[in-house]
Design a protein around this ligand. Structure first.
Ligand SMILES: NC(=O)c1ccc[n+]([C@@H]2O[C@H](COP(=O)([O-])OP(=O)(O)OC[C@H]3O[C@@H](n4cnc5c(N)ncnc54)[C@H](O)[C@@H]3O)[C@@H](O)[C@H]2O)c1
Ligand SMILES: O[C@H]1[C@H](O)[C@@H](O)[C@H](O)[C@@H](O)[C@H]1O
Length: 340
């Protein structure tokens, strides 16, 4: 069976996902697209030479009889509406992060999915599919560094034109929030945010960088530097300190150069390149599972927990306090999600 997919939002990542589904992956094809910028949606269909219909809005895509499954890649504040509509239509939906922009919004999605009685929602936390993070998890789970005690992370981007307000915490940091709880098989109990001296490259009124300190249920301490105007590259770091050793996320492979009296490797500058393989694996697994009527990637529950944690970080930033994070037990409906 070829999975017929409708895509809502044909911007940067929407175009990327359309391209990989049409050219790199197997078992699916794009049959419907929409964007509030209809001209852009039409241009994408033409450029990709796809046999796909351009719909007026997301609801028409979701409710189209031609569409088996939905991909939501529109702006974050629109996600909740489209995910809820997909659940109401009984259609599997892959939603780019954030699942919704508030924890309450994510909870509404969790409640709707449980009421529907079958899992339909997957959230686009692609780092779980990254070879490097998977290798790091393997090392930890096989006791190669003893019990993890501390994790030191950095999330750096050269510049962040669309990053306003608290988006460094609610749009960028969610990748770490998700992948670290998956890596450590743990959840968070508190958040604290420290505001270093601001870079002159940050837009007017924008704080950059941030340091976020999280504590997990097991007492593991996580510090993350989020620096989205660092100028030099897109650089993701993760170092886990255990009782008997230290394990670090591998650097992306790059030619080691000896030239002009220097030993050097390149640093990537674009998020699209840094996790390109992970997006491919993530969406191929989503297609394969969807065809079988299953969801085994990051769930709506994971999207909710990330939003609760991000909300606590925002509160911690604005109050200067250590903010407790209280996450209910994972509902039994989502228990099998612990596997991935
Ligand atoms: N997983 C990742 O690494 C990753 C990377 C990039 C973006 N994202 C997420 O994907 C989403 C999109 O990001 P982007 O960088 O592609 O942004 P973008 O602005 O390039 O594209 C978003 C598109 O959605 C369209 N849109 C907005 N509201 C719409 C609506 N109601 N109906 C239909 N179309 C609508 C916009 O016109 C735009 O073309 C964001 O939530 C972002 O956080 C995730
Ligand atoms: O939407 C993007 C994307 O998710 C990147 O992976 C992240 O590093 C950026 O900060 C974010 O704005």
């Amino acid at each position: 069976m070829v999975l017929k997919i409708g895509v809502i939002g044909t911007g940067a990542i929407g175009q990327d996902h359309i391209h990989r589904i049409s050219n790199t992956l197997s078992g699916a094809k794009i049959v419907a697209v929409t964007d509030v910028n209809a001209e852009q949606a039409k241009a994408v269909v033409n450029n990709e030479n796809m046999d796909a219909k351009v719909y007026e809005n997301g609801h028409d895509v979701i409710n189209s009889e031609d569409v088996d499954a939905v991909i939501v890649t529109s702006w974050g504040p629109t996600h909740e509406e489209f995910v809820l509509a997909s659940i109401a239509a009984g259609k599997p939906v892959f939603c780019e992060k954030p699942l919704a922009t508030t924890a309450e919004g994510c909870k509404r999605i969790v409640d709707a999915e449980i009421a529907h009685g079958k899992q339909l929602v997957q959230v686009g936390f692609m780092r779980r599919y990254d070879k490097g993070y998977r290798a790091l998890k393997h090392v930890i789970e096989h006791g190669r560094i003893g019990e993890p005690l501390m994790v030191h992370c950095a999330h750096r981007a050269p510049s962040a034109p669309g990053c306003t307000g608290d988006m460094a915490l609610t749009d960028s940091f969610p990748h770490e929030i998700d992948v670290l709880r998956w890596l450590l098989n743990d959840d968070y109990v508190s958040a604290q945010v420290i505001l270093p001296r601001n870079t002159r490259f940050a837009a007017e009124g924008l704080q950059d960088p941030h340091i976020v300190l999280l504590e997990t249920k097991q007492g593991i301490r996580v510090d993350t530097e989020i620096f989205v105007n660092c100028q030099y590259g897109y650089d993701i770091q993760c170092q886990v300190v255990g009782e008997t050793g230290i394990a670090s996320l591998p650097e992306p492979s790059s030619v080691l150069m000896r030239s002009e009296a220097k030993l050097s490797t390149e640093i990537l500058v674009d998020w699209k390149d840094r996790f390109i393989d992970s997006y491919d694996v993530e969406l191929q697994e989503w297609i394969n599972c969807t065809v079988k009527g299953e969801v085994n990637g990051p769930s709506a529950w994971d999207g909710y927990v990330v939003a609760v944690t991000a909300d606590a970080c925002v509160k911690a930033k604005h109050t200067g306090q250590i903010v407790p994070i209280s996450i209910q037990e994972r509902p039994s409906f989502y228990i099998k999600q612990l596997v991935l």
